[in-house]
Design a protein. Structure first.
Lengths: 413, 155
């Protein structure tokens, strides 16, 4: 699948619609054929992951076509890129790009120094340069998109001392369980205004001198790693992740679904007239959730990048098997629990979600899609990870964009 | 969210100069001397609130990071809590527990992108979560929590 040209899909579609008239859709004549709708559905697969890191669970992957900015020929299709509604922006592992024969030009700051980025995820950080790419997702295009190259080969300057201190660097395919990360979350940029005008620049973006010394600095929004959806010509107000329920409660080898670009912009992404729970989030992307009738609610998010539902329940036993450290193993499983979501601001939907926590030791060996996996979370946040997505259409409305009568940032289902 | 201000004592401001980027903090298990040294080095906005059985020291940094240190009557830090747009440097905050934290993270089969994590160490519990723009978490030594307060108070 390397180096496919972007014309393939469009040509096939044109052929189907025009009964074999391959080529120019606008042939001279009096009949005006409306342009075909943009293909806005990208296949999503939950499987065991890239060969270099097989054994992943609840990872939703897409294939991303990446070209050097401005190029029609310097392109590669990168498979097993993790679909992440909990972050914004595309990140790609450098060694994967190199193996695909693709080099993306790095960007520079106002002083002409290389622009690099450190982003903390639970358990580790990514580090590497910001580069420009032309990215194609289904029929949608984002040109000159700032992306992060996860520098697993240490081709660039080493990370500053604080980057990687909070866990470990997770730049590589093995640590990441993916060839990259496609962040299609609530925000237009990954850091946003906080990295533009801070009196003391956040340790996120760094200008790196030729001698490898990197200093934190502010960066304009347009130079930050950007949610590719916001650069699409249309269908740019959000996404809908649409995964079917796994067939087996103890896990399936794979699950196939799709991510739709745009909300209420085409027939396939229309907002339902009733029945949708819309959860507005605060400026940081959180609504609130109350777990099992607890006295206090917690900031909550819907995050396809987290493989389990992360919650804090001291009454449930923790798993002891090495493969399931960090997960709950209820003594009597499946354990029925619930959490009530509440939106903030104008989109103040309320909805109680009943769900089950399984004992991971009962999962089918080799299964990659596990619908009832709960992880040991802290007391500061509630995370609806991948199990929440199975059997639901999950909407992500991007900040400052409207979808029907709703304005982002919001989640809905 | 869970940051109701204590009502019975108003915070008093120790130092209020320019806001610094918070290069160092007192570590879990640190003593009063290390706290004082860090406070001097910090030069940021530090407020101290004496409570019935402990002292709450709050540092607000120019980058929006807020760190709260809980000191017992002997001046030892038994808990730290944080919130802000970036993760604080856990090497500083966890002190002598940092090594155990790193080993525990490495032992997780799939550390990956977990945006919420609770790690139980031999002497401490570390909870962290969040994403770019908004991280929050805390770390505490259960055996060192003074009588009369609970884990729920440590935020």
């Amino acid at each position: 699948m390397r180096k496919i040209t972007q014309f393939t899909a469009a040509a096939a579609l044109g052929a189907a619609l025009l009964g074999g008239c391959v080529g120019n859709n606008h042939a001279s004549g009096s009949v005006v054929v409306p342009p075909p709708p943009i293909v806005n559905a990208l296949a999503v697969t939950v499987d065991a992951g890239p060969a270099a890191a097989a054994g992943q669970i609840n990872h939703a992957y897409v294939t991303v076509k990446v070209c050097a900015a401005g190029s029609q020929t310097q392109c590669a299709s990168i498979d097993h890129v993790l679909l992440d509604t909990g972050s914004s922006g595309l990140r790609l592992v450098r060694s994967v790009l190199t193996a695909a024969g693709l080099t993306l030009a790095g960007t520079t700051d106002a002083q002409g120094q290389a622009l690099e980025e450190c982003v903390a995820f639970g358990g580790g950080e990514t580090w590497g340069p910001v580069a420009l790419a032309d990215v194609t997702l289904a029929g949608e295009h984002a040109s000159h998109l700032p992306v992060q190259i996860m520098d697993d080969t240490a081709a660039g300057p080493p990370p500053p001392a604080g980057c990687g201190a909070n866990g470990t660097l997770i730049n590589g395919v093995g640590g990441f369980g993916a060839n990259g990360l496609l962040g299609v979350g609530l925000f237009a940029q990954d850091c946003g205004p906080g990295c533009v005008g801070a009196a003391a620049p956040l340790p996120v973006y760094f200008g790196c001198a030729a001698n490898g010394t990197c200093v934190a600095e502010n960066v304009a929004l347009t130079a930050q790693v950007t949610n590719p959806v916001t650069l699409f010509a249309a269908d740019n107000n959000g996404v809908i992740v649409d995964l079917p329920p796994p067939v087996n409660a103890n896990g399936d080898t794979s699950v196939a679904g799709q991510v739709l670009f745009g909300i209420g912009t085409q027939t396939d992404n229309a907002l339902p007239p009733t029945g949708l729970t819309v959860l507005g989030t605060d400026a940081n992307g959180y609504f609130t959730a109350t777990y099992n009738g607890a006295a206090t609610s917690l900031p909550a998010e819907i995050d396809s990048g987290t493989e389990s539902i992360q919650l804090d329940d001291p009454t449930i036993a923790h798993c002891t098997a090495a493969a399931y450290l960090g997960y709950y193993c209820p003594a009597v499983a499946p354990l029925a629990v619930s959490a009530t979501n509440m939106g903030t601001g104008a989109n103040n939907g309320v909805n109680t979600v009943n769900f089950a926590i399984a004992d991971p030791n009962t999962f089918v060996a080799g299964a990659a899609a596990l619908p009832s996996l709960a992880g040991v979370g802290g007391s500061t946040q509630f995370v609806w990870g991948m199990p929440f997505f199975y059997g639901r259409k999950v909407y992500v409305g991007i900040e400052q964009h409207s979808a029907g009568s709703f304005t982002g940032p919001f989640n809905a289902y | 969210m869970n940051d109701r201000a204590p009502r019975h004592f108003a915070p008093w401001i120790l130092a209020f100069g320019w806001l610094a980027a918070c290069p160092a903090h007192a570590a879990l298990g640190g003593d009063a001397a290390s706290v004082a040294a860090d406070a001097r080095g910090l030069g940021g906005a530090v407020s101290v609130t004496p409570m019935q059985t402990y002292e709450l020291r709050e540092i607000i940094c120019a980058d929006g990071l807020r760190v709260r240190e809980f000191l017992d009557r002997a001046g030892s830090v038994f808990a730290v809590a944080w919130s802000g747009p970036v993760l604080p440097d856990l090497r500083q905050l966890l002190g002598s527990d940092y090594g155990a934290y790193r080993r525990a993270i490495a032992a997780l089969d799939r550390p990956g992108l977990k945006r919420e994590l609770r790690v139980v160490l031999p002497d401490a519990v570390v909870e962290l979560g969040g994403h770019l723009r908004a991280y929050a978490g805390r770390a505490y030594r259960p055996a060192a929590i003074p009588a009369g307060i609970t884990v729920a108070d440590l935020h």
